[in-house]
Each structure stands twice: as structure tokens, then as C-alpha cells.
Ligand binder design. Sequence first.
Ligand code: SF4
Length: 244
Amino acid sequence: MAKQADATPTNPRGLRDLPFQLPQVTDAEKRRARRLAAALAEHYPDAVCELDFTSPHELLIATILSAQTTDAAVNRVTPALFEAFPTPRAFADASPEAIEPYIKSIGLFRNKAKAVHAAMTTLVEEFDAEVPQNMADLLSLRGVARKTASVVLGNSFNINDGFVVDTHIHRLARRFGLIDPEANVQQTERRLMALFPRKDWCELSHRLIWHGRRACQARGKACASHPICQSFGVACDRRDINHD
Ligand code: SF4
């Protein structure tokens, strides 16, 4: 019978401060998920965030810029961007049009320039030019949804308040059978939060993303059938691979 999601604190903050209920998962599902996490940890011990940043506000901006763009493309534009606008106030005092030339090589640059400018303006006006360290305040910033907020909280502050669900993690969660094949991003995030210990959410997201980038093709290419996937009974044929 399905059991209530883990009510036992897995780190000092437990799960009780979350603003929503996590779905029920069985002990067997948790054990399988945690074996997978251990295999990924062994295979990708050095997995880290691949965006370059030196401060929380830089990571926030880099993550906003990374939507529908590769981290490598973001890393090519941020050195000049952060040199031109070294603080949140420098961004706020500029205009979106002044930011655009620095990011025009990445997709959606006009909207992203507006989002970065608006987010930094709110930081200055409402948060003393500091990146807030909680999900609710981060979500109040333009261009910031749960994925971006979780990246910033996990990597800048070591706070696990959400599970990053990008295209790689969503695809792998489906292929590993961790979620319902039809699960949307919100359902996927909550199920991953229920399956894995809270203290591991950020690190595990990096390991899944590394597996997704380095081993797992989204579509159109034959799969090398990675040993981790083999050991968890995951065998994607070309039809699966074309199904993202
Ligand atoms: S078997 Fe290949 S395509 Fe399937 S999840 Fe693993 S790496 Fe991805």
C-alpha cells in the first residue's frame, strides 16, 4: 500500500515548511530512486552547476539568461555583461536597451534584458540589493520561476526548497520511470522531491543534468545504452529517443 511521503526530517528543516503537500510514494519507489542517486553520485562525483558566477545576483542573472539557451552560450556573454554592470544597482540604473548589446547572441535577448533589468530593480528597491534566500521572494522577481529560484537557492545558499526540473531532468525522470509519462513539470518536481532526500536535491539535479548532457540524447540519435541505465533496466530504443 502506498505510504505517506516521508514525514521524517531528512535534514534540519525537514519537509514541513513546504507550502504544498508532496505526493505519496512507496518505500520501494524511494529505495529504487535512492539507488539511482547513488549510481549517479558514483559516476558524476564532480557534477556542479555549469553556469559561471561569483555572487548570488550573478547566478540569478545567468540562470534567467539560460532559458532555452545552453550554459556555454550564457558563459560566453556574462563576463562582459558583469564587467559592464558589476552590481544589482548598476543593472537597475541602466535600461533594458543598455543591457541588450551584451546578450544579443543568445535567444530571446530582448525579453531577457527586460527580465534582468526588472529583477535587479526589484532587488534594489525591495531587498536592499541582496538576492532573497527564500522561494516566495525569489518568485516575486520578474523572469524567475521555480526552476531558476531552486538553482539560486541551492547553489548560492545551500538551501533546498525545490527540485530543478529542466528539459534533461524531465526527460530522464520519465525514462527512468520515476514519474508518470504524462507528468507535467510541477508534478515531476513534486514527485522528485518526494522520492529523494531533501539534502540531496541540488546535487542530484546537477548529476541528472550531467547525465542528460553527456550520455542521454534527447532525440534522433542512437543511445549508447549507458551502464547506469542498463543497471536500472532502462532500455530506450529509437522510438523512445524520438519521444521527448
Ligand atoms: S538508455 Fe540512453 S536514452 Fe535511455 S535514459 Fe539512458 S542514456 Fe538516455
